[in-house]
Design a protein around this ligand. Structure first.
Ligand SMILES: [Ca+2]
Ligand SMILES: [Ca+2]
Length: 468
């Protein structure tokens, strides 16, 4: 389970090292390449980076000397200070020692760019700590700093770091989780436009110009999303809530969320509510005037299950060509397979009014009315029962139930946090990291409360998060 994911993260934490030693070149080199393996231990490059036997220069050192002297003479400390970074950048694409690897590749992998016998090899996890960190293993100090940065938005006070370093490993782990709990209460994490709020942007797609039209204010959508993701609430409520959440006005702190049975601008009948799928904003923005709200269905599928039909994701292998109720040529279009999934996904959305009167409510006769208005009699035959993830669903409330209890939902919830916190999509190409990701979303699924906060405590204990 050991791995090297540290080349960028560790370098960033070690930045700020300023060597007093002379000559200045080894430290300046590491200022230019703080992430280079040869710089991690001391912040100064070893002599062999540029010298055969100091002061004799190797091929890379000679290239640097030539580059510097083309800019300034004499080559003194000031010349290094002023021009070394530029010269190094200019030389990156070259292969000074002609061993087949560019200088940049060699520096990044830890081999010497001026020594033809030194070649890049796959990095190996060291047995001993590098500087203060246990590279490739979950490291308490690294995790502590990272938790503060990610969840509080800043580093801990210097005194706190010193106090942390005086703790035993068990105490450190406890301190990390206490810090996490404290940071989860900060405005940085939970406030308007905080980290959680921002996770909802892609799902809600706010458009300020039409915010609040006909009462459809997306602040409710953000507040519902945040509520489900905060304070140990059940994250499935994003899709299943029957009540709404109001958020304290912009510009006031702390941000307060309050669940309410009804709020103005949200006329949906209680029985037919399905969390974020049936808010006035969603019906305004995604359904609008559309008889067959395929956009609403596709957006819900993409936002909450991470399945993008446009990318051929989440297609039903048993799907058959659907009836062309609205005359849109579902069989003839380029993606009949897409419609075989998308149309049954859409049927449960068809009884929810967008900009048809009365706005934003469930209307069992919606399709028969539209059939008459649009002169498309087949629309009256569109079933409300559809299909999601291979399961038949009788309407949108059941659609939301099936979605919220699916593995795809838990995976999607964790993937959002994974990208935010680990910094990349969980890729199957990186088996160790993907195993951590699987363990985290499985923990969210297995947790009876389906709490994001509990899941985040699991996440920060993974090597994917806590290994430099
Ligand atoms: Ca080379
Ligand atoms: Ca080399």
């Amino acid at each position: 389970m050991r791995r090297l994911a540290w080349l960028s993260g560790l370098g960033a934490l070690l930045l700020g090292h300023v060597a007093e030693a002379r000559p200045v070149a080894p430290a300046l080199f590491c200022d230019a390449y703080p992430d280079a393996p040869m710089c991690l231990a001391s912040g100064e490059a070893p002599c062999a980076t540029c010298h055969t036997e100091a002061p004799a220069l190797d091929a890379f050192g000679q290239a640097i000397e030539a580059g510097l002297s083309a800019k300034v003479t004499p080559i003194d400390d000031a010349a290094f200070q002023a021009h070394l970074a530029t010269v190094l950048a200019e030389l990156e694409a070259q292969d000074a020692d002609a061993d087949g690897y560019s200088n940049a590749d060699e520096i990044a992998s830890g081999s010497y760019p001026g020594d033809a016998t030194s070649l890049p090899v796959a990095p190996v996890c060291p047995d001993e700590p590098i500087g203060p960190y246990h590279v490739c293993e979950w490291d308490s100090r690294f995790t502590y700093l990272r938790v503060w940065q990610d969840f509080c938005g800043h580093r801990p006070a210097y005194e706190d770091v010193l106090a942390f370093e005086a703790l035993t490993e068990d105490e450190r782990r406890q301190a990390i989780h206490e810090s996490l709990d404290a940071c989860l209460q900060t405005e940085f994490w939970r406030g308007r436009d905080g980290a959680v709020w921002q996770l909802a942007h892609r799902k809600i797609r706010p458009v300020l110009a039409i915010k609040g039209i006909l009462g459809a204010d997306y602040d409710v959508d953000y507040a519902m999303f945040a509520w489900a993701h905060l304070d140990g609430h059940d994250v499935r409520e994003v899709l299943t809530a029957k009540s709404y959440v109001v958020v304290s006005p912009a510009g006031t702190t702390p941000t307060v969320y309050a669940q309410q049975a009804d709020v103005s601008g949200q006329p949906m009948q209680n029985t037919y509510r399905a969390g974020a799928l049936t808010t006035s904003w969603v019906l305004l923005f995604n359904t609008m005037f559309t008889a067959m709200p395929r956009t609403a269905a596709a957006q819900a599928y993409r936002s909450y299950l991470n399945l993008d039909i446009a990318k051929l994701e989440g297609l039903d292998p048993n799907g058959t060509t659907p009836v062309d109720y609205d005359g849109s040529g579902v069989a003839a279009e380029g993606c009949a397979t897409c419609h075989a999934t998308l149309d049954p996904l859409t049927y449960p959305f068809t009884r929810y009014n967008g900009l048809q009167n009365p706005n934003f409510i469930y209307d069992p006769s919606r399709m028969s009315e539209l059939a008459g208005e649009l002169g498309k009699p087949l629309l009256a035959a569109v079933p409300e029962t559809g299909k999601l993830l291979g399961q038949e669903v009788t309407g949108l409330v059941e659609w939301a139930e099936v979605a919220a209890n699916s593995d795809d939902f838990y995976r999607a919830v964790v993937e959002d946090y994974w990208k935010l916190l680990v910094g990349a999509e969980p890729s199957v190409d990186q088996a160790d990291i993907h195993a951590d990701y699987d363990a985290v979303w499985q923990s969210l699924k297995a947790d009876p409360g389906h709490s994001v906060f509990a899941m985040l405590h699991v996440l920060v204990d993974t090597e994917a998060y806590g290994a430099p």
